[in-house]
Design a protein around this ligand. Structure first.
Ligand code: ATR
Length: 282
C-alpha cells in the first residue's frame, strides 16, 4: 500500500496552532490524500527533529515561532524571498532530496490585503511597526507592489535602521523610533511587533492614520487585538487581524507542496465564524 504523504508544523508552543485544521480543510477541498500534524519542537531540538522527519520520508514542514531563523539555516536551498527575509516558514523536500526553504508569510499578507480586502499597496505610504523576523518576512512581497514608501518604526531603532538598509535596493525605506512618527501620516499601518501577543500596544502618536487608511495586525486572536482596537479608534476604514494572512500563507505552502492552489475564502469564513462562537450566549 502506498504511504500517505506526511506534513507537519513545528513550533513552541504549538498546542493552539490552527495549521493542522487549515491543511486538513485544504486537503479535503482539493481531494488530496495527506497527513498533517502539529509537533511541539523547542529551538534546541529543531535540527534533530527536522532531520528525523525528512529521513523518514516527510514531504514538508511549516515552522513557526521560534524556529523560522533556524529553518532558514537548515534549508539546502532558498527562494529569493526567503533568502532576503532570513526567515523560513515552509520547508519542502525536492525530488532530488534537497530541502527547499520558502517564506510564504509575506505573500499571505499581500493576498489577504489586496485580494480579500481590496487594500491596494501601489503608491501607499506604509508604516510597519516592529523590526524582527516578522517584518523581514513581509517586506519582499510588499515591495513588489511598489508602495510610495515604507517606514519601519521600532522600540530599538537600530534594528529598524539595519532592515531599512538591507532592503533599500528594493524600494524607499525609512527607519524611525516611535516618537519620531509624530506629524506623519500613513495609508496603511501594519503591526509586526510581538506586543499583540500580550495585548500591548507600541506607544504611537495621534493622527498617524490618513483619511480612509487601514490597519492590519499580523497577530490574530478570538477577540480584537489591542492594535485592531486602536485602529478602530483612529477611524480606520478597515482594522484587521492576521487570520486571513494565516490561511493565505498556508495556501501558498500547500501550493508549493502539492502544486494545487486551494480556495481560501471558505476556510477564512469558517475559522472567522468559529472564533465568534465563544462570545455568543449559548
Ligand atoms: P518576530 O519574529 O515575531 O518578529 P522578534 O524577532 O522577537 O519576533 O521581534 C519582535 C518585535 O516586536 C521587535 O521589533 C520588538 O521590538 P525590539 O526590537 O525593540 O525588541 C517588538 N516588540 C515586542 N514587544 C514590544 C512592545 N511591548 N512594544 C513595542 N515593540 C515590541
Amino acid at each position: 500500500m502506498p504511504q500517505i504523504d506526511q506534513y507537519a508544523v513545528f513550533g513552541h508552543p504549538i498546542s493552539h496552532s490552527k495549521s493542522p485544521r487549515i491543511h486538513g480543510l485544504f486537503a479535503k477541498q482539493t481531494s488530496q490524500t495527506l497527513n498533517y500534524v502539529a509537533r511541539d519542537v523547542p529551538a534546541d531540538a529543531f535540527e534533530s527533529n527536522a532531520g528525523t522527519f525528512f529521513a523518514a520520508g516527510g514531504k514538508g514542514l511549516n515552522c513557526t515561532v521560534p524556529l523560522k531563523e533556524l529553518a532558514w539555516r537548515y534549508a539546502d536551498t532558498l527562494t529569493e524571498r526567503a533568502r532576503l527575509s532570513k526567515a523560513v516558514n515552509t520547508l519542502a523536500r525536492q525530488p532530488d532530496g534537497r530541502i527547499l526553504g520558502d517564506n510564504t508569510d509575506g505573500m499571505g499578507l499581500v493576498n489577504d490585503l489586496m485580494t480579500n480586502n481590496r487594500i491596494g499597496l501601489s503608491g501607499y505610504r506604509i508604516l510597519i511597526l516592529g523590526a524582527g523576523g516578522a517584518t523581514r518576512g513581509i517586506l519582499p512581497p510588499i515591495l513588489e507592489h511598489h508602495p510610495g514608501d515604507i517606514t519601519i518604526a521600532n522600540r530599538t531603532p537600530a534594528k529598524a535602521e539595519t532592515i531599512a538598509y538591507e532592503f533599500s535596493h528594493l524600494g524607499k525605506l525609512i527607519s524611525s523610533d516611535f516618537p519620531g512618527l509624530a506629524g506623519r501620516q500613513f495609508d496603511l499601518i501594519i503591526n509586526a511587533t510581538s506586543a499583540s501577543l500580550s495585548d500591548q500596544l507600541p506607544p504611537l502618536p495621534e493622527k498617524l492614520l490618513a483619511a480612509n487608511g487601514s490597519c492590519y495586525d499580523l497577530a490574530y486572536a478570538n477577540e480584537p487585538t489591542a492594535f485592531v482596537r486602536w485602529g478602530l479608534q483612529q477611524g480606520a476604514r478597515l482594522s484587521l487581524d492576521g487570520l486571513g494572512m494565516l490561511v493565505e500563507q498556508a495556501a501558498e505552502a500547500f501550493y508549493l507542496w502539492r502544486g494545487i492552489r486551494p480556495e481560501t475564502s471558505p476556510v477564512i469564513k469558517l475559522l472567522d465564524g468559529e472564533r465568534g462562537e465563544s462570545s455568543v450566549p449559548a
